[in-house]
Design a protein around this ligand. Structure first.
Ligand code: PHE
Length: 357
């Protein structure tokens, strides 16, 4: 039994000297593991005679118990030490300044489109869409702009390669073709807005070859000029947030509306600054009119029973006026400093609250 006493002393000393849980586990395996020294002693019992086996068995089992006890105790001590060390090293210094957080910003164009959509959806309009590559028919002819019509020149159209039928598709020059698409596929009543991209070959501080418009179309049996005026006055006042905003309808011409009117809002231009809602100057902000009977006919409607009004506005222009952004080209520069200056926090847009003034 000299062996077992020696083993007991050796393992007890190894246990007390184990400096971490990993080392302790190694001692445990060396002593009590399947091939451990104590297990080996137990396996020798089989070869002994009965008396010898009883005596040796008792001794080995009591050593096993002692070692187990010592292992459990040491485990508790080492685990506690490990936890203390962890708490010590992972201590949070609450006096450290926080890391700067970078917020994404909503582009002023997205914000303006949300605002426009929110105001019109309060009035019962729904959003419609159409393709940016359009047929000549939808973009021009059906809108009462036949080939050789002078209005075609004003649009500085981007033409694409002719298709198999010899027709040249165009990048839509306005959102008005969605009027045609909607009227040809739906019965009145119609009350839509069409925010979307449009294209003209033009580039300076107030024009970009790609820009955004928002079209509006209302068709029904008794729609008249009074509805057009009320809708657009309410829109302008709500968008600019000025209850008494002066709004003026000035006779104009568009091939697809008759009569047509451009809408101006009151402003002042004193001291080099532009102030909306005050003073005695006017600023043009959108085009509108009663849908031309020819356009209604082109869409299969009977102009003697059905009529309506349409309007179109430039979204960049509205954003520039409302948020004081001087150069339209900067909208598309992807300059983060610009976006941080003119952009909006996401919750500003999510919580957009509008009402009709
Ligand atoms: N489509 C016109 C333009 O791009 C705007 C407009 C739309 C005018 C609807 C009247 C009615 O200038």
């Amino acid at each position: 039994m000299a062996d077992i006493d020696y083993l007991k002393e050796k393992f007890l000393s190894d246990i007390s000297q184990a400096s971490d849980l990993e080392q302790l586990n190694e001692v445990k395996i060396a002593a009590l593991g399947k091939k451990g020294a104590i297990s080996e002693e137990l396996s020798k019992l089989g070869k002994m005679d009965a008396d010898e086996r009883r005596e040796a068995g008792q001794i080995i089992n009591s050593v096993k118990q002692d070692l187990n006890f010592a292992l459990t105790e040491r485990h508790a001590t080492l685990a506690k030490q490990a936890l203390e060390k962890k708490l010590e090293t992972e201590k949070i210094d609450v006096s450290l300044p926080s890391r700067p957080s970078v917020h994404a910003k909503i582009h002023p164009l997205s914000r303006t489109m949300e605002e426009i959509s929110a105001i019109f959806s309060d009035m019962g309009f729904v959003i419609a869409e159409g393709p940016e590559i359009e047929t000549d028919e939808h973009n021009f002819t059906a809108l009462n702009i036949p080939p050789e019509h002078p209005a075609r020149q004003e649009h500085d159209t981007f033409y694409l390669k002719p298709d198999d039928s010899g027709e040249r598709p165009v990048l839509r020059t306005h959102t008005s073709p969605v009027q045609i698409r909607t009227m040809r596929s739906k019965e009145p009543p119609i009350r839509i807005i069409v925010p979307g991209r449009t294209y003209r070959s033009d580039h300076d501080a107030t024009h970009s070859p790609m820009f955004h418009q928002c079209e509006g179309l209302v068709i029904g049996p008794n729609i008249h000029m009074g509805h057009l005026k009320a809708t657009l006055i309410d829109f302008c006042r709500s968008f600019f947030g000025v209850v008494e905003l002066p709004v003026r309808f000035r006779p104009s011409y568009f091939p697809f509306t008759e009569p047509s009117a451009e809408v101006d809002i009151g402003c002042s231009r004193e001291d080099g600054g532009l102030k909306i809602g005050a003073g005695n100057n006017w600023l043009e902000i959108l085009g509108s009119g009663m849908v031309n009977p020819r356009v209604l006919e082109n869409c299969g409607y009977d102009p003697s029973t059905t009529q309506g009004f349409a309007f179109g506005m430039g979204i960049e222009r509205l954003a520039m006026l409302k948020y004081g952004i001087p150069d339209l080209r900067t909208f598309y520069d992807s300059d983060l400093r610009w976006l941080h200056h003119y952009g909006f926090m996401p919750h500003d847009v999510a919580g957009l609250h509008t009402g009709i003034v």
